[in-house]
Design a protein around this ligand. Structure first.
Ligand code: FAD
Length: 539
């Protein structure tokens, strides 16, 4: 099978034009092409008047060797790599030891799924509730301003990305094509097939709920076990080796293989880990606001005359500005046609994030506009200083929002001019339970406010209208990634000072998004499987 890259066609091309492009590129007759398919499709919108689809195509041809020889210097015609997943282990039938996975976000879900598929019958412990019940609790905050600290946007089956835009791409290096395994499992669980070939696939929130349930059924059918409302409050160790966990209800569960997939909001768990002497360090993350514009403004800026074309869908963007005070400001987790959501897991705090439905047809586009911060410069000292830093600004946002879980907000024009906002203009914010207009100048450290003030007009040079006076900022965006890393060895994926502990996913500082967390979960499952087989062989 050959793989052809960088094949460009106009967005409104006919089906037959893909085949014609392959024949032309390879210089072969129709009879010599046995079959072909689309591997990836991206959008090249660099020139808004001439937007193109960029394809990676697979082609089975009659004389592959001859073609490869003819095009040996062409980087865009190569043998297609094997992207199928191959299990690295199989549990022996008499294996009595069981791995325990803490957390059922993408990292824990995929670690659990892979362990189950390899026959290791994992036990998954999740502090939150099953996804349908959790949805009700999440709506409790959004619709009534009532937070359940154990069941919310961050905690519960499916993890933090369940109520999200469901963007499924990442920039991780993936030489084994593990992200393909993730996408294929998602399709088996009900995701649309197009996620396999779109270069920027997304699922939207409602589909994710159903998919998580299907994946749970698969894990159970393979001998896994899942317990909800089961928060791990302690890790037991003997001579630097994990021996078990203790749940919030006092129950003790023995295990020598503990996957820790707790996400970036498990602050109490980070404290426990630190207290236990498990190595944990502070790491950089970002802070900022959410910005909302009319989606039509973003579509027009990105797609010109093609704005609104169904083949392109709602436009997204990615922006970076290096501010004169030395800070980098960038757009984060952009959600086309979506809504801004209340994402706190702690009482008395306000955190924003974004989500969308599969259709992405809400009126506003939203994205985090965030500033990078580092432990050395901004929260030195304790490994958990980043957590305290986040808490401080989330509490301040709660106060500025009127202490009702409304988010503090300001119009972009007023924010740049440095005056408080008093009424909304053209853009109605989507955040519920509501936005309280104020002055955001004290919602973040001065350097961040300064850098964002400078960045918004600079972004307007790339996206016309980005500094629209009526665009709305809401705050604060603090959970962009984990404030800590639970450091592990590169080879066996175990904590650098605690054997049998496998930190994984975003909370451990090894992922930043659904896809990368899921891939990391797979790699950790493989490491656990190898270690368990090796231990068994030594018995
Ligand atoms: P999490 O998903 O955070 O899962 C951790 C799980 O562990 C949780 O379910 C939690 O309840 C559980 N847990 C924590 N502590 C304990 C304990 N002590 N005992 C038992 N269980 C515990 N990423 C994207 O790639 N695309 C997007 O479109 C996107 N949109 C997002 C929108 C929102 C609103 C949010 C909040 C996040 C979004 N993200 C998105 C980020 C993405 O959700 C995370 O990167 C991803 O979920 C991290 O996966 P994880 O498994 O490492 O951790």
């Amino acid at each position: 099978m050959l793989r052809l890259t960088e094949i460009k066609l106009p967005i409104e091309h006919q089906d037959g034009e893909i085949k014609a492009a392959i024949l032309k590129k390879l210089g072969i007759a129709e009879a010599d092409l046995i079959r072909h398919s689309v591997f990836k499709r991206g959008v090249d919108a660099r020139r808004a008047h001439a937007i193109l689809f960029t394809y990676t195509l697979l082609a089975e041809v009659c004389d592959e060797a001859a073609i490869l020889e003819r095009y040996k210097n062409d980087q865009h015609i190569k043998v297609a790599p094997d992207t199928s997943y191959h299990f690295v282990a199989e549990a022996p039938a008499d294996l009595s030891a069981r791995p325990v996975v803490v957390g059922m976000g993408p990292a824990g879900l995929f670690a659990g799924l892979l362990l189950a598929q390899m026959g290791f019958r994992p036990l998954i412990l999740e502090r939150g509730k099953a996804v349908r019940e959790r949805t009700k609790d999440t709506f409790g905050l959004w619709r009534q301003g009532v937070l359940n600290p154990e069941s919310n946007v961050q905690f519960g089956e499916g993890g933090a990305g369940t109520f999200s835009d469901g963007k499924l791409y990442s920039q991780i290096k993936d030489p084994r094509y593990l992200s393909r395994k993730v996408l294929e499992e998602f399709v088996t669980a009900g995701a649309p097939e197009e996620i396999l070939y779109e270069s920027h696939p997304h699922i939207g929130t409602f589909r994710l709920v159903g998919m998580v349930e299907k994946m749970r059924e698969t894990i159970l059918s393979l001998g896994g076990e899942i317990r909800f409302s089961s928060r791990v409050d302690d890790i037991e160790m003997t001579d630097g080796q994990v021996s078990g966990v203790v749940l919030a209800n006092g129950e003790r569960i023995a295990t020598e293989h503990l996957v820790l997939a707790v996400g970036h909001s498990a602050r109490d768990t980070f404290e426990m880990i630190h207290k236990r002497g498990i190595y944990i360090e502070a790491k950089p993350f970002s802070i900022g606001f959410r910005i909302e514009h009319p989606q039509s403004l973003i579509d027009a800026a990105r797609f010109g005359k093609h704005a609104g074309n169904e083949l392109l869908g709602a436009a997204d963007y990615k922006l970076v500005h290096h501010a004169s005070n030395g800070r980098s400001v960038y757009s984060f987790c952009m959600c086309p046609g979506g809504t801004v959501v209340a994402a706190t897991s702690e009482p008395g705090r306000v955190v924003t994030n974004g989500m969308s439905q599969y259709s992405r047809n809400e009126r506003n586009a939203n994205a985090g506009i965030v500033v990078g911060i580092t432990p050395q410069e901004d929260f030195p000292g304790d490994p958990l200083a980043g957590v305290e830093f986040q808490r401080r600004w989330e509490s301040q946002a709660f106060k500025l929002g009127g202490e009702t879980y409304q988010a503090p907000g300001q119009l972009v024009g007023d924010f740049i001019a440095g005056r408080p906002s008093t009424e909304f203009g053209e853009v109605q914010p989507s955040y519920t339970p509501g936005v309280h207009l104020t002055d955001l100048a004290t919602a973040l450290p001065e350097y961040a406010i300064e850098a964002i003030r400078e960045a918004l007009p600079a972004f307007a040079k790339q996206i016309k209208g980005f500094d629209l006076s009526d665009a709305v900022l809401t705050g604060v965006e603090t959970r962009t990634s984990s404030p800590v890393r639970i450091k592990r060895n590169a080879d066996d994926y175990q904590s650098i000072n605690t054997r049998g502990l496998y930190p994984t996913g975003e909370g451990a500082g090894y992922a930043g998004g659904i896809l990368s967390a899921a891939v990391d979960g797979i790699e950790v499952a493989e490491a656990v499987a190898r270690a368990m087989l090796s231990n068994k062989n030594q018995d």
